[in-house]
Write a protein that binds this ligand. Sequence first.
Ligand SMILES: Cc1cc2nc3c(=O)[nH]c(=O)nc-3n(C[C@H](O)[C@H](O)[C@H](O)COP(=O)(O)OP(=O)(O)OC[C@H]3O[C@@H](n4cnc5c(N)ncnc54)[C@H](O)[C@@H]3O)c2cc1C
Length: 351
Amino acid sequence: MIKTDILIIGAGPTGLFTVFEAGLLKLRCHLIDALPQPGGQCSEIYPKKPIYDIPAYPEILAGDLTDKLMEQIKQFEPGFTLGERADTIDKQEDGTFIVTTNKGTKHQAPVVAIAGGLGSFEPRKPPISNINNYEGKGVEYMIKEPEMYRGKDVVIAGGGDSALDWSIFLADVANSVTLIHRRNEFRGHLDSVDQVQKLKNEGIINLITPAEVKEIVGNDKVEGVVVHKDNEEPFTIPTDHFIPLFGLSPKLGPIADWGLEIEKNAIKVNNALDYQTNIPGIYAIGDVNTYPGKLKLILCGFHEATLMCQSAFKRIFPDKKYVMKYTTVGGVEGFDGTKKEAPKAVIKKIE
Ligand SMILES: Cc1cc2nc3c(=O)[nH]c(=O)nc-3n(C[C@H](O)[C@H](O)[C@H](O)COP(=O)(O)OP(=O)(O)OC[C@H]3O[C@@H](n4cnc5c(N)ncnc54)[C@H](O)[C@@H]3O)c2cc1C
């Protein structure tokens, strides 16, 4: 049994920043995430895209934001259960909660903060019967590290922005890029469609439409894909990677059955106070919650996490008095013994 003060479900930017705010209050945190790495949407969907609306960062890559958050919370030694989905929650007689994952790991805490974003990400998979056998062996549903395709043959399938943008990007990296779409028209930005067409005309991208990949071939990894094109015999394209980019479908999943008030696939919270749900002791912060005027933005998640931690402190220590101190006044003292002292007061002499 993993025991902690605040159990955070979801290690996206909101969940990660919660660790920092909780740490300032000397509360320990443990995070569960269905993904194998922290960062939520930032690391899973768009790690290489710049974000422009993080205060004090005119521009920061989503992946770098995750790294910075990890650095900022290191001193508070959060625990992580990664690659496991929080499935069930049981309230105990002493008021604490036990959350169990799909792999049976149990966590106990007096406060649960759901920072589950849009939910656990499930890629929309194409209907190819043997595709599961090749996942992690040449089939990827998201591009996390473009460098892994350097010098390789790549087949991308899809008709939206992701498929177009990555085809253009990988044209400079991979040995060959083939883009396959089941229609002649693309759903992406006109600029991207034009650029793909230009790269096709220059012989840099191999564009096959209207066509579908119906089978993957290869012994213990992807070696080729079988393409079906209208009025043609099916043919095989040799490739190292097959990347179907049909989007991700986030699912609130098992959390939807926890007895929480749900509205439009999000958890209703008391935003006038502390982002608590209808079950006392369970909070919902970041993209996963809803209230009048809600904005699904990273900085809103940070704000909600901050207020939520104050309420969690009062719940865990009802008799302790807490006086809010600026970090510039109180400093930051990590559980790992590190100390960032507040600067001594500067008294400005008035002449
Ligand atoms: C392409 C794109 C561009 C964006 N650009 C911007 C931008 O410029 N500025 C901005 O502010 N925002 C932007 N956003 C939105 C921003 O990414 C989100 O607001 C932010 O990620 C929300 O953070 P979060 O921590 O609340 O949730 P998420 O980042 O969604 O993280 C939630 C985590 O919870 C996990 N989870 C869910 N359910 C469970 C479960 N049952 N068990 C275990 N784990 C679970 C998920 O796996 C996920 O890792 C963008 C989003 C996208 C997709």
